[in-house]
Design a protein around this ligand. Structure first.
Ligand SMILES: [Zn+2]
Length: 184
């Protein structure tokens, strides 16, 4: 890794890298995407009905989003789809899914938004952490409300409940420290 002698030097290098990144990206090589690449792109899409999700059939990023190789770079397939649909979209924005299906590239399911818009959208759909239901209603709940209350009110050692309920001792300690099941 390159060493910087002063903080100012390091800051300048970061500014330069950010500027270069933006210069490279605002050019948007996808604007010049050729018919062969467009055909290749759509050949990797399972175009269902106009209101259905169009699943990406090619390779995917670890996050589940489609990956499309073009102009020596890997692109998010849903962002490419947005570009083909509306070449003038502001590329600084996120392309979000109304369907919450990462491999979907149906332009009808995509919208541009800021990070804040995306958070609001997630929260509206109840996917935000703060909105996950507490206790036994939580999709990953390992205990019933009764069991959690027993742990909270008991002075038995954690190992007792680890064996009895088949849970990890961290969960016992989290319940007693009022980190989990705080609403009890
Ligand atoms: Zn969709």
């Amino acid at each position: 890794m390159r060493k910087y002698h002063t903080e100012a030097e390091w800051r300048e290098a970061r500014r330069k890298a950010a500027r270069e990144f933006w210069e490279r990206n605002k050019a948007n090589p996808l604007q010049d995407i050729n018919p062969a690449s467009i055909a290749k792109f759509w050949s990797l899409v399972d175009k269902a009905g106009p209101d259905d999700c169009w699943e990406w059939l090619g390779s995917r990023f670890k996050t589940g989003y489609g990956r499309f190789g073009f102009a020596h770079r890997q692109w998010y397939a849903h962002r490419v789809s947005m570009t083909l649909h509306d070449p003038s979209w502001d590329r600084r924005l996120l392309v979000c899914h109304t369907c919450d299906n990462p491999p979907c590239v149906n332009p009808a399911h995509l919208f541009c938004g800021t990070v804040a818009d995306n958070m609001r959208d997630k929260s509206r759909k109840g996917r935000n952490r703060c909105n996950t239901p507490p206790g036994a209603d939580h999709p990953n709940a390992k205990l019933t409300t009764e069991q959690a209350r027993t742990i909270l009110n008991s002075d038995k050692p954690a190992s007792f409940f680890v064996e009895r309920y088949g849970i990890h001792k961290t969960l016992v300690s989290n319940i007693r420290r009022r980190v989990s099941w705080r609403h009890l």
